[in-house]
Design a protein around this ligand. Sequence first.
Ligand code: HEC
Ligand code: HEC
Length: 375
Amino acid sequence: MRSSNLFPVVTLAIAAVAALAGCDERPFDQIRERQRLEAERAAAVALAAKAPPKVVLDPTDVAIYKALPKAYESLKNPITEEKVTLGRMLYFEPRLSGSQTLSCNSCHDLATYGVDNQATSLGHKGQRGGRNSPTVYNAAGNMAQFWDGRAEDVEAQAKGPILNPIEMAAPSAEYVVKVLKSIPEYVTRFKAAFPTDKEPVSYDNLARSIGAFERRLLTPTRWDQFLAGDPGALTEPEKAGFAKFAKLGCPTCHNGSNVGGALYQKLGLVNAYADQSDLGRFAVTKNDADKMFFRVPTLRNVEKSWPYFHKGQLKTLEETVRTMAHHQLGVELKDDEIASIVTWLKTLTGEAPAEYIKKPALPPSTDKTPKPVID
Ligand code: HEC
Ligand code: HEC
């Protein structure tokens, strides 16, 4: 026995003697102090065992993601300040619609993450279309537009809803151009945005302006800071949620700078999805192999873009994550796994600069401006 092991025995003996003698309290103090220290150490060990280990992410899981750029540029439609300023006005312009009451912002409210939070949107005369309105934020970075990808880019997309009879229901592109030409400020602004065009005020240039505005409609978040190399930008539970998402295989479809938007995939890949009333991409290609294929949606701002799926079938994010795991991967998730994934998904909620999305003053109509089309 080494002398150190004798120490407690010796102290106890001294303490006992001291107690019997009833003279000196110090040895008891020493015992209490030692007991206190040991208890403290045991508590620290127990706490360390309980604390979750630091989450170490697999670099290959992270490598398939990219931080948002400053803007989603286009060679075909270079972004200029003049186009963006005009595009913003047109985005909020109800006079592009047949009733002169509906604008892009009616269904893609920039103040509510570019959506209307309705299963399907309310259009001309209260009609509803068959699909949920996706967010316009970051949409310019998607490989194609609409749930079925039928428009190639945001410029091509912008021409659709204005003339769609159940959306903005303008009677014709000529009507829209006539409205714009009747308002002097618009004529000036189109000339400034398209200085080399013979006919600056045109339906195509309207689409180019709105497109240029949308190309900067991006919502960076802490996720982007994390991807840019700041590991402290996410909390440990958020990293754990991402690790879960990655290991399950969700990134096969939800990847890239938009965490989605980069490919067409089948809804019901492993377990068939019951509601097959909208066959998605098949409507565009008429190819049987495309039945139930949809352009994978972005998961940026998904916390705020409820309800989910192409018809707004699902109300909560938790229910949607559970459904995805079942139908796309054949995995049944437990509630705590879902909660963990949702914790990470919420880090994808970003913000566009308030100044950029502020509704601008719109120039007044003149007596040349065509009247709303009542029917
Ligand atoms: C009446 C509601 C309504 C109005 C008004 C409207 N949209 Fe939409 N928007 C929708 C719906 C619904 C979809 C999805 C349709 C589909 O996929 O078939 C959509 C799709 C889009 C998309 C595709 C996003 C993506 O990720 O695929 C963009 C971009 C967009 N709209 C921008 C606009 C712009 C710009 C305007 C104004 C010119 C506009 N919308 C007006 C309802 C509306
Ligand atoms: C095989 C491809 C694929 C896989 C794997 C996949 N998804 Fe999806 N995801 C899709 C498609 C396609 C949609 C659109 C479905 C629709 O609208 O009808 C979608 C939609 C979503 C939505 C709703 C977005 C919205 O705006 O409506 C969320 C949330 C989502 N997925 C999360 C996940 C999670 C979490 C996982 C892993 C458990 C996952 N996804 C795995 C293809 C996939």
